[in-house]
Design a protein. Structure first.
Length: 212
């Protein structure tokens, strides 16, 4: 009975910790987007999340680390411990045999992720110019995007359906270019394109760049 109770208590503690972490990330996202990165203090985030500052530091060692956690949450759409590459839409991309359709599926998912994460990406991208702690976070986001572009690029090359003579470096760099938030900002935010129109255009642009 004692062992069962200990397992039960441990399960409750883990769930409570996960709930607290989720609350902190949600509070940070709201305050970062409303007030900006620099004006938002960890004390304000903790208060908004209903946890102590000491409790917040159990999950995040710095405000920059918290900003990265907010990005990870919005890019995935939840806080489940499943990498983006192992989610259903990415599995569908891998399984699709036609390279053009594969690109369209990838870009459709990319557009949705950009739509969810644009404000947070912008906060980190622009904030690094006034807060040095965000420089490493932005570099990490860029490097993670480059890794993702390499993985997708290799999948596209493996179909044998790309333009003759094209190599992984070029495919990766084309994808990485369109994974940046800048094009989304210009077309969707500044010019008011619907997400579906933007997604279709990016798909056509990528196909034109790397396919026959």
């Amino acid at each position: 009975m004692t062992e069962v109770k200990r397992r039960y208590d441990a399960t409750r503690r883990r769930q409570r910790a996960r709930d607290n972490r989720r609350a902190v990330v949600a509070a940070a996202r709201e305050l970062f987007e409303r007030d900006g990165f620099r004006p938002t203090t960890l004390a304000a985030v903790a208060d908004h999340a209903g946890v102590s500052v000491k409790g917040l530091y159990k999950y995040f060692g710095s405000k920059a680390e918290l900003a990265k956690a907010v990005f990870d949450h919005v890019i995935a759409g939840d806080d489940e411990p499943v990498p983006v590459a192992e989610r259903p839409e990415q599995i569908a991309v891998r399984a699709e045999p036609d390279v053009r359709r594969k690109i369209e599926l990838f870009v459709r998912g990319l557009a949705r992720r950009q739509d969810r994460s644009a404000r947070v990406q912008r906060l980190i991208r622009d904030g690094r110019h006034v807060d040095d702690s965000l420089v490493a976070v932005w570099d990490q986001l860029s490097n993670e995007a480059l890794v993702g572009a390499t993985i997708i690029g290799r999948q596209l090359l493996d179909t044998g359906q790309l333009r003759d003579g094209i190599d992984l470096d070029e495919v990766r760099d084309v994808l990485w270019n369109y994974m940046a938030i800048d094009t989304y900002d210009r077309l969707v935010v500044a010019r008011g394109w619907a997400l579906e129109r933007y997604s279709a255009w990016v798909g056509r642009a990528v196909i034109a760049a790397i396919c026959d």
